[in-house]
Design a protein around this ligand. Sequence first.
Ligand SMILES: Cc1cc2nc3c(=O)[nH]c(=O)nc-3n(C[C@H](O)[C@H](O)[C@H](O)COP(=O)(O)OP(=O)(O)OC[C@H]3O[C@@H](n4cnc5c(N)ncnc54)[C@H](O)[C@@H]3O)c2cc1C
Length: 560
Amino acid sequence: MTPREDSTKNETQLDSSANYFNGTRELQCEYLVIGAGTSGMSFVDTIITEKPSATVVLVDRNDGPGGHWVHAYPFCRLHQNSCNYGVNSVPLGKNIDANGNERYDVNDRATGKEVVEYSNKVCDKFKATGRVECLFGVEYEKFDEKRGVHVIVPKRRENDSHSGDLKIRCGKLVKISNNVTVPSMRKPIIPVHESANFVTVNDMPSFVETSKFQKYIVFGCGKTGADAVINLLQRGIDQSRITWIVSRDVWYFLRDSMEDFWSFGSNFMDPMITCDSVKEVYLEWEKRGMIGRLDPNVPIPKIFKGPTMDGKELNMMRSIKNVVRMGRATSVEDNKILLERGSLDFSTGDTLLVDCMVDGYYGCDVPKDFEIFEPGCVNIGPIISVFNASLSAAHIAFLECALDDDESKNDCCYFHRGQPGNELGNYENIIGAMYLENKGNKKLMKIPGGRNFFMGSRTNIITPSHHKAGMLRLLWFMFGPQQGATFEKKLEKKMESNGFCDLDHCFGVAHPRQKVKPLFNFQTEIFGTKLMNWMAITLILGFVIGNTVGLPDINFHQSI
Ligand SMILES: Cc1cc2nc3c(=O)[nH]c(=O)nc-3n(C[C@H](O)[C@H](O)[C@H](O)COP(=O)(O)OP(=O)(O)OC[C@H]3O[C@@H](n4cnc5c(N)ncnc54)[C@H](O)[C@@H]3O)c2cc1C
């Protein structure tokens, strides 16, 4: 069955999105998916694989697929490996072994342009099935309750003659709430004086090439800010000409430590089991060279959102001496930047200000009562596979196909809920996310076909086909000296028995408190007699002895 016009109209499949807006048209499908970034595409890919009858309409306001990568800065690339990014049925990586398997390779990371090309290829594949329609340059507007249809409108352009709206009837609406907003997709998030040369990171290279600027101020120290600083240095700008506004220090993953996947696995997991506090876990990861920070002498960063750099890049970042640690910038005035805890003067004419600021953690700041599956709706956003939006969406699509009711599907999804966006980067949340992901995976394994889906997903980094010696190597990791198989249970036990002294919650999971056996209770028997009886005997004896022999006088002041 193909997504088609309403049966009251003609039944032919529509082949050009422009046609849809000639007059008022209607389409019907099983799933209407809003968003053609990796989440939306990964969801569609798994749905059409697992449910051979499903029909889908995929829409996006961008003029093509790829989500935020369509707006990425020119020198942006995946910061993690390509082999598990995207959708399950189409490879993205370039490191392919003799058997055609994509290999895990931390240096095989697609550029933004390659991610967009890949996304187009995926959409072509979808369309070729005849079961998926992809519409771009359109906006999902609303659900028209009166008519029971979803309304899609074209992005109005000058000279656009198509004015009609498209109505879609669907079994389920799939919303992607991530909406990653990179700086080029928005206006500045702080007021900026018109005299300032304040540009997004996308425009930075062309301004640098004008050689008009003596100084550069980079706002933001996440992945984008770090990339901007490195790009300036690589272009030969001396560090003394760069000022870096670091609102709060963060941790960076160090890619070098990930080269050997299996030792990375145990180096990542072991400290979560052996250390007594979240802080110690981070210090241990740092000691093992897995994470790094700009300055080891400032108080330990409490933020980790997973930006990944290599050691060489971190050293370049550390070469910047003008680091401003006065909190977030609150506005840019003429010749002055105001920050939460001070101000910074600059000369307007010869300074380029580069916007790399990010607000919160996209799509993940969901309310406490948020559910992924609701009647008639699937809400994709919160991540259920750590740092992996692609696998999260595929996993959700698998649950959608494998289980019957929303309650059972939601019961398999564990994620951070009810935390404000600005707290989602808190460093304990990565440990929490591992704990939550393990709980979800445990449930997935119990669903018929769940294990095969998980182990066969290319978006799953641990999948055997990504690694030399495949399944054998995985089994050795799980049951050999590294004992990977025990991690899940150990972390769960530790989390649920308050095993981290600086963590007082279980990331929203209600779990039966570990029963602590009291040393004694009144029913405990000692030498065959209950403790209660021993106490009564002692009291009586004490009373009798006290009255007959007398108690010694004790002077507490003297004894102290
Ligand atoms: C610089 C950078 C590097 C990254 N590197 C990696 C990496 O190496 N590996 C990794 O796993 N992750 C990486 N990420 C994280 C990555 O952003 C996410 O994994 C993922 O791309 C998010 O995809 P998404 O589909 O959920 O959201 P988006 O890419 O934001 O897609 C959502 C889409 O929905 C559309 N949309 C929303 N509302 C509407 C509407 N009403 N009508 C029409 N369309 C609508 C938007 O136009 C958008 O295209 C990186 C992120 C950044 C910023």
